[in-house]
Design a protein around this ligand. Structure first.
Ligand code: MG
Length: 361
């Protein structure tokens, strides 16, 4: 089915809570949106996000370079469109803001295809399961005092989340260690506990922490080191029993391939916005399955609940309700799980009136 029109817009939806980690604090989240309409009038909606910089540039890249590709194509040829976008922007792209624009386009095309098929997206993509466990990352931020962190962690477990993740990477390693053990003590043995260093350390520093916290039963150690430095992850991986999780800062399947080939990670965390959309995300996820690895996507829970339910090797969806202020129906936690909406497409119901108050272009 030919594409009739493409519309883009940009929103800044501030986080509902203060967010600080080992390398940044942010108060702004931009969401570039795209609506792709086919000649039958069916509309697919896609989006990606930034943490406050580059949203306008992403919108302009979609308008100037990606929309002309779409207007010549059949909306069903999603892989072909993806590769055209990749090749025609290769000199300025291969990730970064171009990749974030490609992601918005690709997500809209998959939404459109599932709507045409009149089935939920997760079923179009494979339908491996009906529900997905959820862990909470809406807290655990680095600015929290140890007492606040303990209180909040216990609350999340009480609310029924299967696990929680806390940030690490303070200047004082002993303080990080004390916080980890204090949280484990507060939540008990059962809930999953993950830590996230947001790439702050080198291999030696990461090993120093890992060796001292093995008894805290950490389910994964996320982004311990700069994400492009695969070799340092190999060294860390050989020196700890804690599983290594990586992926939110990786822009394409080739870097994931390198991690898999070198045995440098245990859990892959592709983000559909960062990795150029659903097309590339699914390739990473299926490759991970072939090599016995699990997938636990980063952020964008409203979309990732579908992708996680589509594959057999997913672990969790990450609870950060960033889009809730602009939705007319939000995901509900039941027995520690989310269920993808039983509507055609991704089924994310954006409230246009609510969106309007956050629109910047
Ligand atoms: Mg992270």
């Amino acid at each position: 089915m030919k594409i009739k029109s493409v519309r883009t817009s940009l929103y800044d939806i501030p986080p509902q809570v203060q967010r600080t980690d080992a390398i940044q604090a942010f108060v702004s989240m931009e969401f570039p949106f795209i609506e792709i309409e086919d000649t039958d009038g069916v509309v697919g909606t896609g989006f990606s996000y930034t943490i406050g910089k580059g949203g306008e540039a992403i919108k302009q890249i979609i308008d100037a370079y990606l929309t002309p590709i779409l207007l010549k194509e059949d909306a069903s040829n999603i892989d072909r469109i993806w590769n055209q976008m990749w090749m025609e922007t290769h000199w300025i792209g291969r990730g970064g803001i171009v990749g974030l624009g490609m992601a918005a386009v690709d997500i809209a095309l998959w939404d459109l295809m599932a709507k045409r098929a009149e089935i939920p997206l997760y079923q179009l993509l494979g339908g491996a399961r009906d529900t997905v466990p959820v862990y909470n990352t809406d807290g655990g931020w680095l600015h929290l005092t140890q007492d606040e962190l303990i209180r909040q962690s216990a609350e999340y477990v009480e609310q029924g989340f299967k696990g929680i993740k806390i940030k690490v990477g303070l200047d004082n390693l002993h303080e990080d260690i004390a916080r980890i053990f204090a949280v484990r003590k507060a939540i008990g043995k059962e809930p999953f506990l993950m830590i996230d260093a947001n790439m702050k350390w080198n291999a030696r520093e990461a090993i120093q922490l890992a060796c001292r916290i093995e008894e805290a039963d950490i389910f994964w150690f996320e982004e311990p080191i700069e994400a492009d430095d695969v070799d340092s992850h190999v060294i860390l991986h050989e020196n700890t029993i804690i599983p290594i999780a990586i992926g939110e800062t990786i822009y394409n399947k080739y870097v994931f391939q390198e991690y898999i080939a070198q045995g440098a990670a245990d859990i892959l965390q592709p983000d559909a916005a960062r990795v150029g959309g659903i097309t590339e995300w699914m390739k990473v996820a299926h490759t991970a399955e072939c090599f016995g690895l699990s997938v636990s996507p980063h952020f964008l829970m409203d979309l990732h609940v579908h992708l996680s339910a589509a594959i057999p090797n997913s672990l969790f969806v990450e609870y950060i309700p960033s889009l809730d202020p602009v939705l007319s129906d939000t995901l509900k936690l039941k027995d520690g799980h989310f269920t993808p909406p039983n509507r055609p497409g991704h089924g994310i119901l954006f409230d246009k009136q609510k969106l309007k108050q956050y629109q910047i272009s």
